[in-house]
Design a protein around this ligand. Sequence first.
Ligand code: FAD
Ligand code: DHB
Length: 389
Amino acid sequence: MRTQVVIIGGGPSGLLLGQLLHRQGIEAVVLERKTRDYVLGRIRAGVLETGLVKLMEEAGVAERLHREGFVHDGTEIACDGEMFHVDFRKLTGTPVIVYGQTEVTRDLYDARADAGAQTEFEVDHVVIHDADSDHPYVTFDQNGTARRIDCDFIAGCDGFHGVSRQSIPLSVRREYEKTYPFGWLGVLSETPPVHDELIYANSPRGFALSSMRNAHLSRYYIQCALSDHPEDWTDKAFWQELKRRIPDEIAERLETGPTIEKSIAPLRSFVTEPMRWGRLFLCGDAAHIVPPTGAKGLNTAASDVHYLYHALVQHYRDKDDEGIDRYSERALLRVWKAERFSWWFSGLLHRYPDQSPFDLKMQQADLSFLRDNEAQQRAFAENYVGLPY
Ligand code: FAD
Ligand code: DHB
């Protein structure tokens, strides 16, 4: 068969791109390795920049997001048992929206099904062919049958472990990576959030984050050792450790209960360049990873989708390839700024095993500068709510 765009990966990047293209009359087939339920079972990001919200609106899938999402005008940062507030609305005029990645993905899958757009689940052995020619195609196996789709373009939206990035020859590809000597242990619990805004905490025992999904569902994270396993952490041990890392007045209010999900994610900064090779474009986690501090992963995937969507519309509607030719450069300019912010914010809040007394003093000075200096708060807020596309 033949289509205009093959999208590899049915995560948020691939689905959002597919829906935006569909609204412009551009046909795309999404290939997803897993089942829909499996993709919807992955608990990930929770904070949406307004740029992503606008793309959801343009894709015609923002109705539930606006009804159920929480508008957050600021955030709390805790250090040494005290908290200070950063007011996004006052400093930038823009809030963020708390609405889970799972819900974003569900809304996009529902819209895709309503539109009758083609999604192929449980595909295996996806291979990209002739991406550097004018006649690319993708082959894969499904239910024991070998299949082939010819296309104009391929969007590699298949996450960090996908095939798309690996299909770019090593002679062309350049990778930049930093790993961190700790992970995040995250839990989801059917308890009311401890506070009406997120609390990012730097404590002598390590980082902690209090977040939420809705009025009855909370999301908490603590910094943990990379050698830890989720099953090492009983619910009791998790709550006890969280309470020790957040200010006492917050810990006293914390409602604990059985957790319904518990997982550990390592922290990594990673960028691959270029993000385009011939007719193959990388989008989202396929091209870059940020440590989760500051919630930039999903939001940076969305800015790639924005650039690629406009490039493809320009190609098909205006017969102009300027957007395609400049996709990698435009996307990377914003990606590196999100990388910088996530790296800096991670450094501000975590305890490092090899942190010297001097390093600790620098971290404390950085935190008190952020607390006391409005220009620094504005720079923080501009990055947190999302730099312009
Ligand atoms: P993905 O969501 O990874 O989607 C890629 C899709 O491609 C998947 O559905 C996968 O099954 C499919 N796929 C992979 N290989 C193939 C193949 N060969 N063929 C076909 N399909 C394939 N960000 C935040 O901002 N805050 C967070 O708290 C946060 N927590 C995270 C926790 C974890 C464990 C992880 C892994 C990421 C987290 N992120 C977080 C990052 C955020 O979730 C990602 O940036 C976001 O999911 C990127 O979307 P994506 O569509 O580019 O990639
Ligand atoms: C969430 C995750 C983050 O990494 C973050 O910075 C804020 C919120 C969350 O999952 O709710």
